[in-house]
Design a protein around this ligand. Structure first.
Ligand code: ADP
Ligand code: ZN
Length: 612
């Protein structure tokens, strides 16, 4: 890596984007690309992946090609780049022919620094031939995990991107992603023909995320509203598994006075785009969504992400909660999960038309997620270990760290529950198994089973404990549940069952919830919120911040861009902190580059002076 190259890159970072220096692995990645090398970069969401290709694209001769799967993602990046005065464009199916022609000739004439294109667009007729005639600075493949079956978001059209290696042998190619476990990383390398490229794998730590997870309560809707109301005025995302659940959540939030929108693939594309736009623009809005609302969402001040149903895998979880706090300020993640969610995940995997290999990967990933959610270790540390990080310390702020769950030895309870499932011939669902354990016989067929030796062996425990034990065994895969409307409990892992009976396998689980526990969790959430406010602004500073925010809102509205394209919250906070008195001092505030200084400097100073 040659120093002069990097100092040019740093100067550009300062002049155009207004940031003092690179952070994390940005300098290493940029150094490699500027030296003309291929590379793979795995940087967590919010880690500043975009600069890794944007800056080398601007410095190297020719146009930087960015392959990205979603139009929304491209639109936002192009809007932000243009706001910073960078020559950037995108090609997509929504544009008319004249617009396309204009951008393509700009690319050929060397007038563009960055051109964003979807994989379909790239492989559209004649496109690669055309690009071969252009000077290409680099090729960045964003969301590179989509190439892998081991990944959680496989896109078959990504497979074809490997051929870029032959088409552009002398152009540095970069694979960039925010989420790739070890197997996915290996797959990215082979599929994208980056076997010998250096890999830059950042830590997956996100110190500003405050995480917690809890089992679904009997009244999940109420719990959700409680969480949202405690965060009124803040922007959040609520993920749910089905369209129907999304609509219900949006309606419930609206009905309780929280501005909320619904987003899922069943909504007309135009309306979807409009809602995404509103979400980006409005400061206190909550989006209830399926995972169709995902890539391309990079609103920086999302203050919380709630999973009303559990996600599909730890990768998906991390990517989804990762949409909170991208501005570096604290954000909360709540995950609400249940054995039913796991059952549904397994059912969907089994019903999909994926190969058996992919199905078994999906089921394994779902089980890993539940073991993690229901486990006894720090949330953030758990995720980081999953991505292969070593020597990870507990985060100190998640629910497990701040309010460690008490674990119990449940070997004996487990053996009783499993025996009951077996004595009931694996024919009944959870409710009947628990009734049997408690010694409660109904009529008809139940009577017949009341004579079995397991009838009533669990009468010394409350019903809720049995529910918890059975859920735990389901999470661990020791028991399994059928696919039907009224799923029956069956033996899952026979080896595990034998080991439990032989007392050769410990069963440690969370102490089943007692009444009143939830309010304790709420108390600790409230504690977290107070601390966040303490770190924030108060008094005159808070007023100044409000004034700047109002100005930002009006300015953004007039220009029809999201507020953070003008300045993000971190920059506003920095302005309040620095209280610059002139343009020179203002230019020193992180986040203010040349273009923005020129466009907004005078207005910002006017607000500051009025406030003194
Ligand atoms: P992601 O890795 O999720 O794509 P982005 O590239 O969108 O992240 O960057 C996330 C945020 O971090 C952006 O607001 C960006 O301006 C900011 N950022 C990136 N690099 C730096 C840096 N070196 N210094 C300060 N802010 C940065
Ligand atoms: Zn922790």
């Amino acid at each position: 890596m040659s120093e002069p190259d990097l100092s040019a890159a740093r100067a550009l970072l300062q002049r155009v984007f207004g940031h003092a220096d690179f952070r994390g692995l940005q300098a290493d990645v940029i150094g490699a690309v500027l030296a003309g090398r291929d590379c793979m970069a795995v940087l967590p969401t919010g880690g500043g992946k975009s600069f890794c290709y944007q800056i080398p694209a601007m410095l190297r001769e020719g146009v930087g090609l960015v392959v990205s799967p979603l139009i929304a993602l491209m639109q936002d990046q192009v809007a932000s780049l243009r706001a910073a005065g960078v020559a950037a464009a995108r090609l997509d199916s929504t544009q008319d022919r004249d617009a396309r022609r204009e951008w393509l000739s700009a690319a050929r004439e060397g007038k563009l620094d960055l051109l964003y294109v979807s994989p379909e667009g790239l492989f559209a007729h004649g496109m690669l031939d055309f690009l071969e005639q252009c000077q290409i600075a680099l090729i960045a493949i964003d969301e590179a995990h989509c190439v892998s079956q081991w990944g959680h978001d496989f896109r078959p059209d990504y497979r074809a991107l490997g051929q870029l290696a032959d088409r552009f042998p002398n152009t540095p190619r970069m694979a960039v992603t925010a989420t790739a476990d070890l197997k996915t990383q290996a797959d990215i390398r082979t599929q994208l023909r980056l076997e010998h490229a250096p890999a830059f794998i950042a830590s997956f730590d996100r110190p500003n995320l405050i995480l917690s997870a809890e089992r679904k309560s009997p009244r999940p809707q109420e719990r959700l509203l409680e969480l949202a109301h405690a965060r009124r005025g803040k922007s959040g995302i609520v993920y749910a598994a089905t369209r129907d659940h999304v609509e219900k959540i949006a309606t419930a939030l609206q009905g309780s006075g929280i501005p909320a929108l619904a987003y899922h693939a069943g909504i007309d594309a135009g309306l979807r785009a409009e809602r995404q736009h509103r979400f980006q623009e409005e400061e206190d809005i909550v989006m209830a969504a399926t995972i169709a609302f995902g890539m391309g969402v990079d609103k920086p001040n999302v203050r919380y992400v709630i999973h009303a149903d559990a996600p599909k895998s730890i990768e998906a979880y991390w990517q989804e909660v990762g949409r909170g706090g991208r501005d570096g300020e604290n954000a909360e993640g709540f995950c609400i999960y249940s054995a039913n969610d796991l059952r549904r995940a397994i059912m969907f995997a089994n019903q999909s038309n994926a190969t058996d290999l992919v199905k078994s990967i999906q089921i394994k990933k779902a089980r890993q997620l539940y073991t993690f959610l229901d486990g006894l270790t720090c949330r953030r540390a758990g995720v980081r270990r999953y991505f292969g990080e070593e020597g990870v310390e507990p985060c100190g702020v998640c629910d497990v760290c701040t309010d460690p769950p008490v674990s119990i030895d449940a070997a004996e309870l487990a053996a009783k529950a499993i025996s009951a499932v077996m004595r009931l011939d694996q024919r009944f669902g959870r409710g009947r198994v628990i009734a049997h354990l408690l010694g409660k016989a109904g009529d008809g067929i139940d009577q017949q089973y009341a004579a079995r030796s397991t009838f009533g062996i669990g009468a010394d425990q409350p019903e809720g404990h049995w529910r918890a034990v059975i859920e735990h065994l389901l999470f661990e895969g020791v028991l399994s549940e059928g696919d039907g409307e009224r799923p029956t409990l069956a033996i899952g892992d026979e080896d595990a069952v034998r080991a439990i009976f032989r007392k050769a396998r410990p069963v440690r689980m969370r102490e089943p919830a007692k009444t009143g526990r939830r309010s304790k969790e709420e108390r600790s959430a409230a504690r977290g919120a107070r601390n966040a406010a303490k770190a924030g602004l108060a008094g005159a500073d808070a007023q100044l911040f409000e004034a700047l925010r109002n100005w930002r809102r009006d300015t953004a509205r007039a220009a029809d861009v999201p507020p953070y394209v003008v300045f993000n919250d971190a920059t506003l906070t920095a302005i309040v902190g620095a209280k610059p008195k002139d343009l020179i001092a203002l230019a020193r505030v992180p986040g203010i580059g040349e273009a923005k200084l020129k466009r907004y400097g005078a207005e910002v100073l006017a607000i500051l002076l009025a406030g003194f």
